[in-house]
Design a protein around this ligand. Structure first.
Ligand code: BDR
Ligand code: CA
Length: 299
């Protein structure tokens, strides 16, 4: 089992990825950290705790993280994920976040599982960059970072160049690409190939509370976006790559993140000497068989 920590900004696709993780026997999820991104961090923290409670995982610790990127402010995605970030209202959570801020909570897990911890990064990379800054031995302690972020050979989704998570904290993204821990970069290049459509919605209407909630969430999302034919399963693809790395084909590169000017947030694969495995191809069929098996669980 992979010792896993999930850093997230729920977010509709984060919610799908969380349920996949919790229903995957390959992963031992040790905790969840939150970051601002799709919504302010107070809201993403509340969403994360509310989701875990709805999924029956009240005991899983959640630590709240960065309210701001290393520079500037986050641009939130209410237009995409709806007000509140999930398109559904969850009951007020019973539990609260841990006292420890996200980056220190992450480090506490890295100390506890030195050399074993895999961090799945589903939001802007601010918490991870803070942990790298705070602990010079980060590289020795963390085994792998699986990052949903970037758009290497394809246009961005915030600007023509930048994907949302890297756009929201390019300085942090650069620190992560340079930190020496192997990174698997799951960018829009592959995420745009795994699409959920309206025709898939009835599959989520099952007699299982967690799946049903996510079915309502996705139905609301399609109502919010009548012009859209499909939904990119970005964060679920990063989670699938954590569970079954063979779902992606990758090429090892050095990745540079543009931090200035109109291309701010752009991810550029420079050469073959780095330690970033840039995802270039996805086995769509294999992804969907895993996605449905895990989101539908026992239903
Ligand atoms: C990423 O941006 C967010 O809106 C999604 O949750 C995903 O992590 C896709 O660009
Ligand atoms: Ca996300």
């Amino acid at each position: 089992m992979k010792r896993t920590l999930i850093d997230t900004d729920p977010g509709t696709d984060d919610a799908l990825a969380l349920l996949m993780a919790l229903r995957s026997p390959e992963l031992a999820v040790e905790g969840v950290t939150t970051v601002g991104g799709n919504a302010p961090v107070r809201q993403t923290t509340r969403n994360a705790i509310g989701l875990l409670e709805a999924f029956g995982c009240r005991d899983l610790p959640v630590a709240g993280g960065a309210a701001r990127p290393l520079r500037g402010r986050y641009r939130y995605a209410y237009d995409f994920h709806g007000r509140g970030g999930l398109t559904v209202r969850l009951p007020r959570p019973v539990m609260g976040p841990r006292r420890l801020p996200a980056h220190l909570f992450l480090l506490s897990k890295a100390y506890a599982f030195a050399g074993e911890l895999v961090v799945v990064c589903l939001g802007p990379l601010t918490n991870i960059a803070r942990a790298i800054r705070a602990e010079p031995r980060f590289r020795q302690m963390v085994k792998e970072l699986v990052v949903m972020g970037g758009a290497v050979q394809t246009p961005g989704n915030v600007t023509p160049y930048a994907e949302f998570n890297t756009y929201n904290d390019p300085e942090a993204a650069q620190a992560v690409m340079d930190c020496g821990v192997p990174v698997t970069l799951v960018g829009l290049d592959v995420c745009r190939q795994v699409l959920l459509t309206r025709a898939d919605l009835p599959r989520l209407e099952v007699n299982d509370g967690a799946t049903h909630l996510l079915g309502d969430m996705m139905a609301n999302w399609f109502r919010l976006h009548p012009e859209k034919a499909a939904y990119d399963l970005c964060d679920p693809l990063a989670m699938a790559a954590t569970i079954e790395p063979g779902v992606l084909v990758t090429e090892t590169r050095h990745v540079r993140v543009v931090t200035e000017g109109s291309e701010r947030g752009r991810t550029v694969a420079v050469d073959g000497r780095g330690h970033v495995r840039v995802a270039t191809t996805v086995d769509v069929e294999r992804f969907f068989s895993l996605f449905w098996a895990r989101t539908l669980g026992g239903a």
